[in-house]
Ligand binder design. Structure first.
Ligand SMILES: [Zn+2]
Length: 325
């Protein structure tokens, strides 16, 4: 174990990085490190993580009781202790509100798995914990089912994200990877299409992950690969396809929307549900991509787009004429 002062300095450094990257603003976020049996260093409440000093850091016991430190410990200590109590190998926890990841948490959508190799290996499927009031024991317990599924990075509904690992740097990197991933997903969605890895490609990555000794809920206790199920909500309603594979499976299907063990719909264009399409039109939002598995629906979507375009042009002409008169 590093000397305690060095750990305090590292916590300040991570706090600064969180603040500079806009993963936290004002006094948001908190960091903790396990430094011994029943002893945890944690950030104080009411202090910006961007300008924290080593001496500001609090020391607490395994019930969250403050043992030392000039300022009261974070009000979120229960969330951190929940992780330490559940996972003996975890030594560091970072909680922040990174904007792209928090956008998923606010939308109530889990990021899909099976898209970027690094994310597959270092994060896996990122779950979304249900909402509860921050700081409460009930809030801390919202992550319990996901910890038991071996998640090291969890979205907190209408709040932010929490990441943990053996070292503080690894926990912080999970937060970076998560936010970067969510950002890329949003950009790709704006472009109208997301290519997904197929089952053999994901299995290759899970094999690497197993060799690196990183746990994943998709690998069982005996080390066998089991379900590849993941959230498909983000991928619904716009174009997606599987990328070319070096070892095509018999059906030629990729993983796509993550239906466990079943041939996925990747490689086909998926329909945006009619109700969603209508709601989007009503709200003046252009649905992303055409999204349809049949020509009829594709044509309907194209007609809708043409109708919207005509409306925009008509409005513009009327506006110009009224300006001229
Ligand atoms: Zn928070």
């Amino acid at each position: 174990m590093q000397n305690e002062w060095k750990i305090r300095e590292e916590m300040c450094d991570v706090g600064r990085r969180l603040y500079e990257k806009n993963y936290v603003v004002a006094n948001d976020g908190n960091i903790s490190v396990r430094i011994g049996k029943g002893r945890f260093l944690c950030t104080p409440t009411g202090v910006s993580k961007g300008s924290m000093k080593p001496a500001d850091i609090a020391l607490v016991d395994d019930e969250g009781k403050q043992l030392s430190g000039p300022k009261p410990r974070t009000s979120e200590i229960k969330l951190h202790l929940q992780i330490y109590h559940e996972m003996a190998h975890i030594n560091a926890v970072v909680h922040a509100h990174p904007p792209h990841a928090t956008a998923f948490a606010v939308a109530g959508i889990e990021p899909p798995a099976g898209i970027l190799p690094e994310v597959e290996i270092f994060l896996g499927q990122v779950p979304l914990a249900r909402y509860d009031t921050p700081g409460s024991q009930d809030f801390a317990e919202t992550i319990l089912p996901h910890l038991r599924q071996k998640a090291n990075t969890i979205l907190l509904a209408n709040h932010g994200a929490v990441a943990c690992d053996k070292t503080l740097e690894q926990a912080y990197f999970h937060m970076e990877t998560l936010d970067q991933y969510c950002y890329i997903l949003l950009l790709a969605r704006q472009m109208g299409r997301v290519q997904t890895l197929n089952e053999p490609q994901i299995k290759d990555l899970l094999e690497i992950k197993k060799r690196l000794g990183i746990e994943d809920s998709r690998v069982d206790a005996a080390g066998q690969l089991c379900t590849l199920a993941g959230s498909d909500e983000f991928l619904r309603g716009f174009s997606q396809r599987a990328i070319a594979q070096h070892q095509a499976d018999a059906s030629g299907c990729g993983r796509g929307n993550g239906i466990a063990g079943a041939c996925s719909q990747a490689g086909t264009v998926q329909p945006m549900p009619r109700s969603e399409h209508a709601a989007a039109s009503q709200a003046g939002i252009r649905p992303l991509g055409l999204g349809s598995s049949s020509q009829a629906v594709q044509k309907r979507a194209a007609d809708d787009e043409m109708e919207q375009l005509t409306q925009v042009i008509t409005d513009r002409i009327i506006e110009m004429m009224s300006q001229e008169s």
